[in-house]
Design a protein around this ligand. Structure first.
Ligand SMILES: [Zn+2]
Length: 321
């Protein structure tokens, strides 16, 4: 079993040099609580003083929540951003280069803000007190928090979901939930902020099962229990006779994705079928069809079955049976 504990040797965050100077900190260990998209964090972290813009963003986030920060902010060579505890002190680490890139590619500065809000959500909810590393439940809670905060700051739902829409994995892992669940949590938080609700808890969200493409799997809906299901080829929950095509995604080489004969775009595991979207006529010149979800995230299908995202990057392919 893969260990979810990521032990990292880093420097003690006790002496911070002036802006632009870098310092490798003394050796220390911590458990990385969260890396936004669930990436592995480098073994050696170099942290340095946060820039003024990032400090201002954090200040704004805290002011809409009305709480004092219980953490310090540092720039660092983490993949994107992370909430960590080192020697009983809470830190938010962020990668300035990544933040710029995610803003540029998504076309909105709300992308980086939502990532910082997510990490702050971990600290304010006390998540980093554990040593188990990221868990899907706490990730959804932090996602909901980010949606809540961003609306309070004036972001649209699309803005609040921009960073997540861009890179998050379609498929969940033992540490991070699937993209559609994370987008839903952001939406829940965003909606709560509009109704004047209090800072949200995501408990009810995480206990909901993902939408199941019931119409495409009549067999499954009548199966009384998993144990009496007939074993199918490759032990997938979707019978082959409902499959019209298979989708392979570069970002998730082990995931199984299909287009059903009813034009649903689904992810299938051995126990579940997740409805991700549907095959539709494309809204973009040069592509006849696209895969689209309820958040209007589109994947375009070119004439040779190649899949490209809305930024024109090749992300996989579709093979019709
Ligand atoms: Zn997180």
């Amino acid at each position: 079993m893969k260990s979810i504990k990521i032990c990292i040797v880093i420097a003690a965050l006790c002496c911070i040099l002036p802006a632009s100077a870098q310092k490798m900190f003394a050796s220390a260990k911590y458990d990385a609580m969260c890396s936004y998209y669930g990436e592995t964090i480098e073994n050696t972290i170099t942290a340095y003083e946060a820039d003024n813009t990032a400090e201002a963003v954090v200040k704004n986030i805290m002011s809409v929540i009305g709480l004092r920060a219980n953490f310090e902010l540092r720039a660092a060579n983490v993949p994107n951003a992370a909430a960590v505890i080192i020697k009983n002190k809470r830190y938010i680490l962020y990668n300035p280069e990544f933040m710029n890139t995610v803003n540029t590619v998504s076309g909105t500065n709300w992308a980086a803000i939502s990532i910082l809000a997510h990490e702050i959500g971990h600290h304010l909810n006390g998540h980093t007190l554990g040593s188990e590393g990221s868990r899907p439940a706490t990730e959804l809670e932090a996602d909901e928090f980010s949606g809540f905060v961003l609306r309070k700051m004036g972001a649209s739902l699309k803005d609040a979901q921009a960073a997540m829409s861009l890179i998050a994995s379609m498929k969940g892992s033992h540490t991070h939930p699937a993209k559609h669940l994370r987008l839903s949590s952001i939406e829940t938080g965003w909606a709560n902020a509009g109704s004047g609700g209090v800072t949200p808890s995501a408990i009810d969200v995480i206990t909901q099962r993902p939408a199941v493409a019931a119409r495409t799997t009549p067999k499954r809906t009548t199966a009384p229990a998993r144990t009496v299901q007939k074993p199918v080829k490759e032990k997938l929950a979707l019978d082959e006779k409902y499959i019209a095509g298979e989708v392979s995604l570069t970002g998730d080489p082990t995931g199984r994705y299909f287009i059903t004969k009813k034009a649903h775009f689904v992810q299938v595991t051995k126990d579940n079928i997740y409805l991700l979207g549907s095959l539709e006529e494309s809204d973009r010149y040069g592509y006849k069809f696209m895969l689209s979800d309820k958040f209007n995230n589109n994947i375009y299908i070119d004439n040779s079955g190649g899949l490209v995202n809305s930024y024109g990057n090749r992300i996989g392919r579709l093979s019709i049976k």
